[in-house]
Design a protein around this ligand. Structure first.
Ligand SMILES: [Zn+2]
Length: 212
């Protein structure tokens, strides 16, 4: 059985794309948001509790999220990808202690240089008509300001928070939260780092090597 993976990486590091690729390799993606919604839909006892918390406008606490994970993840049979949870060392410890225990687990950190990330984000354009995503530096449309996919002229827009200032600030906050987590997994000898500045396919090859 392949290890369970904790995916760590800055916004824009490409970790989401890589995680999606792993699903074709038999991994199952865990989204706590999806789990919350489906548990509410099931109207289970836990679902009713969650529904109550959310309708009061409160945040779902870590213990409830853990209960949700325990009720929905069969860690003996399926290899999971955790992305977006755990978010801090406290949650990481809880996940290890209550769910993953002695199961083989790897934290994969998609490491990427700050300047590359800023460059990626400020060059990002999204088609306002069909949602196709472009990058002026690496995946430009064939015709200037025209969507390849749906053909709309003048539809490629920059998100207003995709500016250098916003990105730098987002990354600063990310670094502050991820560093203690990297230390946590490193001390457990469960940390692997992948150079996320490489092209998508190269990153995926490295990822496959690490998890096999
Ligand atoms: Zn389009």
């Amino acid at each position: 059985m392949k290890p369970h993976l904790i995916i760590l990486g800055a916004p824009g590091s490409g970790k989401g794309t890589q995680a999606a690729k792993l699903i074709s390799k038999g991994f199952k993606h865990v989204s706590t948001g999806d789990l919350l919604r489906s548990e509410i839909a099931k109207n289970s006892e836990l679902g009713q509790k969650v529904s109550g918390i959310i309708s009061r406008g409160d945040l779902v606490d870590d213990k409830t999220v853990m209960a949700l994970l325990k009720a929905n993840c069969d860690v003996d049979k399926v290899s999971y990808i955790f992305d977006g949870f755990p978010r801090n060392v406290y949650q990481a410890e809880m996940l290890e202690a209550e769910l993953l225990k002695d199961k083989k687990t790897l934290a994969v950190y998609f490491n990427i240089d700050l300047s590359i990330l800023v460059n990626r984000v400020v060059n990002r354009r999204t088609c306002g008509t069909c949602g196709e995503i472009y990058n002026l530096a690496t995946k430009a449309p064939r015709v200037l300001d025209t969507c390849d996919k749906c053909g709309t002229v003048g539809s490629l827009k920059q998100r207003k928070d995709d500016t250098e200032e916003v990105v730098s600030n987002r990354l600063k906050i990310f670094k502050e939260t991820v560093e203690p987590m990297l230390s946590f997994y490193k001390s457990r000898r469960e940390l692997v780092e992948i150079d996320a500045s490489m092209p998508e396919e190269v990153v995926f090859d490295a990822l496959e090597k690490v998890i096999s």
